[in-house]
Design a protein around this ligand. Structure first.
Ligand code: KG4
Ligand code: ZN
Length: 366
């Protein structure tokens, strides 16, 4: 059977998303509801709130995705859903919905590994994005989000090896925790990024853990602790000034970053994280002898990281595929592309499929 389009669903963490995707990666529609506001007052993601919000948003989002793509549910060829890894209750809401649709529509479905979705995101295409010319397998990919910081060698679709990963915090988690300490609320990553643009990255000296280590593993908890300590050790008047800068920035809708102590902190912190990430990605690409590199996951939204990886690729005759934000953060389009590729190879899931909170990629069928 030929699979021309699938309806895809992503509910593994706190974003609910639905998409209609074609076999060549064309995104006919992709819509999402972010839950940031619901979790912000708890300073992090609350799994139970995430599950409840998914149940609330998912059906309307599926309807919207179908409508925007100009198709109805009966005309897609199959369904794809994130089945692993993720928050168990969150995964369950998407999985139960897709299983039910699969039964009622009489269409096959496939459970997808969320990380495979992130690794395949550079192949997506829409009116504004397409994979860069010459991009292809094999490539080295850095999947960097609030939950993961892992460096992969991607030999072909389905053939992934882990080169290295964070031994403690994910880079996004470090951004978020630092942001919280700096008075920027949750999630802090994008706010740190905006402030860092007007800050001095050399003002504070933060550790780049393991940067000389031969292995590809990374560590961000020492940096998080060092930045937290530096905030604690500020003169009380300086700390008050910094918190006032944060309050003003937030009051203006995080739109108007101004130079100052807070911006310098953010720039110094961001430079330390990106130094490590860029070094790991570029070193591995050279060692592995690939021509293409990929940046994916929520932290790939970081403007400094994007800029540095793109500049390195330009200078070194490499191809950097850095999908736009909407395909880097959690989204159903990437799940749809991974899913339609697997369906096209004859793979199917059945009604016994269970969500799995942990699921290394190298256990997926090759
Ligand atoms: O992939 P994602 O949407 O969700 C998962 O964690 O799977 O990634 C969200 C993470 C959060 O930690 C958020 O702070 C971070 O990505 N993030 C950023 C930026 N935008 C989002 N970190 C740094 N700079 C950004 N511009
Ligand atoms: Zn993700």
């Amino acid at each position: 059977m030929k699979f021309k389009t699938v309806l895809a669903v992503e509910t593994s963490c706190d974003d609910t998303s639905a998409a209609v995707v074609g076999a060549d990666g064309t995104v006919h529609s992709c819509v999402q509801a972010s839950q940031d506001l619901h979790h912000a007052r708890f300073g992090g993601i609350v799994p139970e709130i995430a599950s409840r919000n998914h149940t609330h948003h998912l059906i309307p989002l599926i309807e919207e995705a179908l409508q925007r793509a100009g198709v109805d549910a009966s005309s897609v060829d199959g369904l794809a859903v994130t089945a692993r890894p993720g928050l168990i209750g969150a995964l369950l809401t998407g999985l139960v919905t897709v299983k039910t649709l699969s039964l009622s529509l009489g269409k096959p479905f496939i459970g997808v590994n969320h990380l495979e979705g992130h690794l395949m995101a550079p192949f997506l295409r829409d009116a504004e994005y397409q994979p860069p010319a010459g991009f292809g397998f094999p490539y080295v990919a850095l999947a960097v989000s609030g939950g993961h910081t892992t460096l992969y060698r991607v030999e072909a679709f389905g053939r992934y090896s882990v080169l290295g990963r964070t031994l403690d915090d994910a880079a996004g988690e470090a951004f978020d925790k630092f942001g919280k300490r700096a008075g920027l609320g949750f999630p802090g990553g994008v706010r740190v990024d905006r402030l860092a643009r007007v800050g001095n990255p050399k003002r504070f000296e933060f550790p780049r853990a393991m940067i000389r280590d031969e292995r590809d593993d990374m560590s961000f908890s020492g940096l998080k602790a060092a930045a937290g300590r530096a905030i604690d050790e500020l003169f009380p008047t300086d700390r008050e000034q910094m918190m006032a800068e944060a309050a003003q920035f937030l009051a203006e809708g995080s739109k108007n970053p101004r130079p100052g102590l807070l911006a310098d902190f953010c720039a110094s912190f961001q430079e330390a994280v990106t130094d490590v990430l860029v070094q790991r990605l570029t070193r591995a690409a050279v060692r592995e002898g690939v021509r293409s590199v990929v940046l994916t996951g929520g932290v790939a939204a970081n403007s400094r990281l994007r800029e540095r990886v793109s500049a390195w690729a330009m200078q070194n005759g490499m191809i950097a595929a850095i999908p736009p934000l909407r395909f880097c953060t959690d989204n159903a389009a990437m799940i749809g592309f991974a899913g339609i590729t697997r369906l096209g190879r004859g793979e199917r899931s059945d009604q016994t499929l269970k969500p799995e909170p942990r699921a290394p990629l190298d256990r997926e069928p090759q």
